[in-house]
Design a protein around this ligand. Structure first.
Ligand SMILES: Cc1cc2nc3c(=O)[nH]c(=O)nc-3n(C[C@H](O)[C@H](O)[C@H](O)COP(=O)(O)OP(=O)(O)OC[C@H]3O[C@@H](n4cnc5c(N)ncnc54)[C@H](O)[C@@H]3O)c2cc1C
Length: 258
């Protein structure tokens, strides 16, 4: 593999290369793997670190609304008292022409007009399922490079770490066995699908169903959930109440089990 290192071209030879090169991966493509992302499954995200804002530091806040973050959601993830990652992800195909930062600025202007912005991050988040094939002769791809994120939440940090550990373990065993062929490395894909990949297929189906829920329905759902006393608000009860009061959500729930 040829790399540019401190301005110099270097060539490295390895029996196995693990492509953990993120959302814009090239390693997978070089190995002939299909890492393309459908436009409807690519979210544009923008996030500030905001200081001096008022929120409950023991809670995470997720706000779903086509007006605030079409096709995605806005979040407040506490970092400390008065400090949080405040951001949103949206599907560009569903916007009114503004980009993620413009949507975020509008939301923050209403919600935290006096917050001090001390950090800023932007990037793409793939809300898709694991690519069909994550390995080739002497190559594995892990993390965002293989679309190994939770497609419902867009969370990909722990999933990337778990995939990296699996890939590293598979690579070490393959090298010890003197067999780095794709047949051997296919065990990585199987192990990943068992660990999280199969769950991501279910989450993706739910994501697809939720895409058709409008803001009015989300608000009605929130009101239903708020009627359950906080100490009794288990996932099971939330689901049961939601389905009784909002039978139009039954197909959404069904997608989880089908
Ligand atoms: C704004 C935003 C907020 C997010 N918030 C969360 C969150 O709260 N929780 C969560 O779980 N996930 C979150 N995510 C998603 C999460 O960041 C990713 O899923 C995760 O970082 C994926 O890890 P990775 O190691 O696969 O890829 P990355 O973290 O993207 O790492 C890939 C690395 O490879 C390097 N690289 C790429 N190409 C080359 C090359 N040719 N040569 C050398 N280096 C190269 C890149 O520079 C990068 O450092 C967020 C994403 C964004 C954009």
């Amino acid at each position: 593999m040829r790399v540019k290192e401190r301005g110099r071209d270097e060539t490295y030879r390895a029996r196995i290369v693990i492509g953990a090169d993120g959302v814009e991966t090239m390693v997978g493509r070089w190995a002939g793997l299909d890492t393309r992302v459908p436009a409807r499954d690519m979210e544009s995200c923008a996030q500030y670190v905001l200081q001096g804002i008022d929120f409950n530091p023991d809670a995470i806040y997720l706000q779903f609304s086509n007006a605030i973050a079409p096709g995605g959601y806005a979040w407040i993830f506490p970092k400390a008292v008065g400090v949080a990652n405040v951001g949103l992800g949206l599907v560009a195909l569903k916007t009114d022409g503004r980009n993620a930062r413009e949507y975020l600025d509008a939301w923050i202007a209403r919600r935290f007009p006096n917050g001090a912005r001390t950090g800023y991050t932007v990037g793409g988040v793939i809300v898709h399922t694991t690519i069909k094939k994550t390995y080739a002769d002497g190559v594995m791809v892990a993390g965002d490079a293989a679309h190994m994120l939770n497609p419902l939440s867009g969370g990909g940090i722990t999933t990337a770490m778990k995939a990296g550990r699996l890939a590293g373990g598979t690579a070490a065993a393959a090298i010890c066995a003197g067999d780095t062929t794709e047949r051997r490395l296919s065990t990585y894909h199987e192990a990943w699908m068992q660990l999280l990949g199969e769950d991501h297929l279910k989450y993706y189906r739910i994501k697809q169903a939720l895409e058709n829920v409008d803001d009015t329905s989300f608000n009605q759902l929130a009101r239903t959930v708020n009627k359950i006393p906080a100490e009794k608000r288990t996932i099971g009860r939330v689901f049961t109440h939601a389905l009784i009061k909002h039978p139009q959500l039954i197909p959404v729930a069904a997608r989880f089990f089908v």
